[in-house]
Design a protein around this ligand. Structure first.
Ligand SMILES: NC(=O)c1ccc[n+]([C@@H]2O[C@H](COP(=O)([O-])OP(=O)(O)OC[C@H]3O[C@@H](n4cnc5c(N)ncnc54)[C@H](OP(=O)(O)O)[C@@H]3O)[C@@H](O)[C@H]2O)c1
Length: 308
């Protein structure tokens, strides 16, 4: 099958496009003919070896964790899906080897859900990793509820776009940090834009009222401490970047595959409460370009990958 893969850690140059063996189908897995995926920052972080201390790697690595496609074959015990079903999923395993930047993927049924019929494959394919991160951070970790004021950092990025909209559906007032060039974009999602860095405290102070009820950090660094300082309850902070946060009462979020949470994202998208924003659509062969764009650190919304 055709895939993007690499045989050692390194920079963009290690990425190759070519033929790799098709994955085996296990008793509780399905083989999916991939139609779309998405580039997330973790894909190039894995390529660079940044996750090597946390996850075993089997080379060659086909990167990619987002998946949308059509079930081609089902394993012996699979009753949830049949051939021809349109599915989407967050195909992260506990080790790095078979990813989704390939024409076929074998994935356990526990990571899959039915693709929302209202969405294209590309729209569904950008949703799992980023959408689940947003949903799990706000719902499972922070337990955001109606009437609360929530700060989200990195509001214009892949996770931020979903996080703003999900926090709005939970009934929260949302303040979101972003570059000034993204202020209108963030407003269009239903949040109040806040600059990060210079001017942060001043603008946040004007917009947040008595203080923040919850803070979902999607960037880390100085912005994490700066936002946390404005929390009424300092433990209502969750971060995708700071693995030490729980030692001070907060939450480190590492997104998990979850069929139930995917079903909820699917419901929100079908009801029009969750929109997908795709900045650019790439072909499989253009994944090195997509990695380069993602590494620039200022993607607006998501980068979709179409896979024929
Ligand atoms: N732990 C997990 O489970 C998990 C899951 C998903 C993602 N992540 C991580 O979370 C981060 C965000 O992911 P993503 O997919 O949303 O990335 P992305 O699509 O590349 O977006 C990055 C965002 O960072 C913003 N940004 C740049 N400099 C900033 C600063 N100094 N302060 C605040 N925001 C800044 C950019 O906003 P402007 O363009 O407006 O400057 C951009 O919107 C990545 O590091 C990713 O690896 C972790």
């Amino acid at each position: 099958m055709r895939a993007v893969f690499f045989e050692s850690f390194g920079d963009i140059e290690v990425l190759q496009v070519g033929e790799v063996p098709e994955p085996k189908i296990g008793p509780d897995t399905v083989v999916v003919k991939t139609r779309a995926s998405s580039v997330n920052p973790v894909d190039w972080k894995i390529m660079k070896g940044y996750l090597d201390s946390r996850m075993d790697t089997v080379f060659p690595v086909v990167p990619g964790w987002d998946l949308a496609g059509v079930v081609e074959a089902v394993g012996a015990s699979v009753e949830e899906f049949t051939e021809g079903d349109e599915v989407f999923g967050y195909a992260r395993m506990d080790y790095v080897h078979h990813g989704t930047f390939a024409t076929y993927c074998a994935v356990p049924v526990r990571v899959l859900s039915r693709k929302p019929s209202a969405l294209s494959f590309e729209e569904a394919g950008v949703m799992p990793l980023a959408g689940l991160t947003a949903y799990q951070g706000l719902v499972h970790h922070l337990k955001v509820s109606t009437g609360e004021t929530v700060l989200i950092s990195g509001g214009a990025g892949g996770v931020g776009v979903f996080a703003i909209q999900i926090a709005r559906t939970l009934g929260a007032k949302v303040l979101a940090t972003c570059s000034s060039s993204n202020f209108d974009f963030v407003r269009s999602l239903g949040a109040v834009p806040i600059p990060y860095g210079e001017g942060f405290d001043e603008v946040l102070g004007e917009e947040m009222g008595k203080g923040l009820d919850a803070f979902f950090d999607l960037y880390g660094g100085d912005g994490l401490a700066a936002g946390r300082a404005h929390l009424v309850d300092k433990t209502r902070v969750a971060s995708v970047a700071d693995t030490t946060l729980r030692h001070s009462g907060g939450h480190y979020v590492f997104v998990r595959p979850s069929k139930e949470d995917l079903d909820e994202l699917s419901r929100l998208a079908t009801q029009g409460e969750l929109q997908v924003r795709v900045e650019h659509n790439f072909e499989l062969e253009q994944i090195p370009e997509a990695f380069q764009l993602s590494m620039g650190g200022h993607v607006r919304g998501k980068l979709a990958i179409s896979i024929a």
